[in-house]
Design a binder for this molecule. Structure first.
Ligand SMILES: [Ca+2]
Ligand SMILES: [Ca+2]
Ligand SMILES: [Ca+2]
Length: 291
């Protein structure tokens, strides 16, 4: 009896393995693989000058990841990433896929339309190699420019999204991953985009001379504005400590940042370009060294 029980246990285990193995190869079950893939567009948060949206841009990276299921070998894919053409215009797109083993890609076609970007890729026409996406893999980078229109003169943040759509192009490009000659629709994750308007121009705080660097001339420039009445068209840049007014303290803040050891630099935005994010009566009508 012990012998039979042992055999029975072994048989049950083997049958389970057999059933599991068989299940992987039943076409109906294998067909579920599409939803195991997640196609994702990264989002972006953009600050822009409300008077001049077209000087500002943003980018997204489209990536794919087989998050679950039996890891599959892809032969190619096609996709379309749509955008609201009243807010964003795609201006360039670059294939980011690096095939395994130093291979090239036999076919890669990118189309840039006002409403979005499409791409079709076939790794190898004769099927010499494939790729798996068991780690998140970048496929496509897209650069956008902000558009004049609803964004121009806006006073509140605009939210939009980069959505995968199968309506772009003629004939329209569908969204699929090709595995063993069959197309599978992946799951889709849109990119969230916020576009935040600002009054006035972006600036580098403390850079009174508007040449993009901080030096003695900037401290002197603040003093000249205060005591000689020199013209200044970006008072936020002179307000080195972001206190909401321009005083001799700002000149000292700049000079000390340069010459006193351990003294803090000007407040943000510094040393890169940015907008004054703390409300005050100062403004920045024009600032030469920032876009
Ligand atoms: Ca300067
Ligand atoms: Ca100040
Ligand atoms: Ca401020």
């Amino acid at each position: 009896m012990m012998h039979y029980n042992f055999s029975s246990t072994r048989l049950t285990g083997s049958m389970l393995l057999l059933i599991l193995s068989f299940g992987m190869w039943v076409p109906g079950l294998y067909g579920q693989v599409g939803s195991d893939f997640v196609l994702r567009a990264s989002g972006a948060d953009v600050d822009y000058a409300a008077a001049n949206p077209t000087s500002y841009g943003m980018s997204t990276v489209v990536s794919v990841h087989q998050a679950t299921g039996v890891i599959a070998q892809a032969q190619g894919y096609s996709l379309g990433v749509g955008n609201d053409s009243t807010l964003l215009m795609p201006i360039s797109a670059t294939n980011l896929l690096v095939p395994p083993g130093g291979h090239g890609v036999d076919f890669d076609q990118i189309a840039i339309l006002p409403e979005g970007v499409t791409e079709g890729v076939v790794l190898s026409f004769p099927g010499l190699y494939t790729i798996s996406f068991e780690t998140e893999t970048d496929l496509l980078g897209i650069e956008y420019q902000l558009m004049n229109g609803p964004l121009t003169g806006a006073t509140t943040t605009t939210s939009t999204s980069l959505d995968f759509v199968d309506t772009l192009g003629s004939p329209p490009v569908d969204i699929s991953i090709v595995i063993e000659g069959a197309s599978y629709p992946p799951s889709l994750a849109s990119g969230a985009v916020t576009l935040t308007p600002h009054d006035g121009a972006p600036l580098i705080r403390g850079d009174a001379s508007q040449d993009g660097t901080l030096d003695l001339a900037d401290g002197v420039g603040i003093l000249q504005y205060l005591f000689i009445g020199a013209a200044a068209d970006c008072l936020d840049a002179l307000d080195a400590n972001d206190s909401g007014n321009v005083s001799i303290t700002d000149a000292i803040r700049v000079l000390c940042a340069l010459y006193c050891s351990g003294s803090p630099p000007p407040e943000s935005p510094f040393p890169g370009c940015g907008f004054d994010s703390t409300a005050d009566s100062l403004g920045c009508l024009f600032y030469q060294a920032c876009p």
